[in-house]
Write a protein that binds this ligand. Structure first.
Ligand code: NI
Ligand code: MN
Length: 226
């Protein structure tokens, strides 16, 4: 699995030669100014919820890449109304097998609305069961006991977890989450973008190390194989 950090909760992930982008919020993010948005490639875009800091670039990215957007029903319907027809709606608990692997849509404990305040359905996370790596993309979420279900479904290699506090889990709860999901390799997201979610990188990594876990904090634009 090849991962490139696009800033905030946005990642480019390549599995089984399939190009996937998560929660595109790139052009409005001054920390991600060196990402070449116009030349991003994707076969799929996965969207966790309707908040601006997750979908600001969704419509343009979907148009540029012609990627299939996988999201909940309400975001699917909003995309259709906005001229994006290549979508795959799912809802929580559902699974679907794509060419690169099997996806399960899972709960996220958060809120969701579109930037204009209209209803965007419930926020979600995704489990990826691929024959490359098995991973969890949590979206925006607080810690919830629902996460204890995840190891009953999938033996994870990696998890993308929000760690920035204030709007989502903090580092302490992400470590508990890592226990709940039985996965010790965590890729951090949703930190540093705004004043509310600035974290101390070395203290965060040390907290994970002290719990015998790995926290990966990628630089924006950095690419890494996992
Ligand atoms: Ni949010
Ligand atoms: Mn967010």
């Amino acid at each position: 699995m090849q991962v490139k950090y696009l800033g905030h909760s946005s990642f480019y992930v390549e599995v089984n030669e399939t190009k996937i982008i998560f929660d595109p919020f790139i052009r409005p993010n001054s920390l991600a100014k060196d990402i070449d948005f116009e030349n991003l490639k994707a076969d799929f875009i996965f969207v966790s919820h309707g908040h601006e800091d997750h979908i600001a670039d969704l419509i343009d990215l979907a148009k540029n890449t012609k990627a299939k957007v996988v999201c909940n029903w309400e975001i699917h319907a909003w995309l259709q109304r906005n001229g994006i027809s290549n979508t795959h709606p799912m809802n929580i608990g559902g699974e679907w097998t794509f060419n690169f692997g099997k996806i399960k849509m899972v709960t996220a404990l958060h809120t969701s609305s579109f930037p204009d305040g209209t209803y965007a359905g419930n926020p979600v996370g995704f489990l990826f069961d691929t024959n490359d790596k098995k991973f969890y993309y949590a979206g925006d979420t607080g810690l919830t006991l629902d996460m204890k279900l995840i190891p009953l479904w999938l033996k994870l290699d990696y998890a993308f977890l929000p760690i920035g506090n204030n709007f989502t889990m903090n580092v302490k709860d992400a470590i508990l989450c890592s226990d709940f999901i039985e996965c010790n390799n965590i890729i951090g997201m949703h930190y540093d973008t705004f004043g509310y979610i600035v974290i101390d990188h070395s203290a965060s990594v040390t907290a994970f190390t002290n719990s015998n876990k790995n926290l990966y904090l990628l630089d924006i634009g950095e690419e890494k194989s996992f």
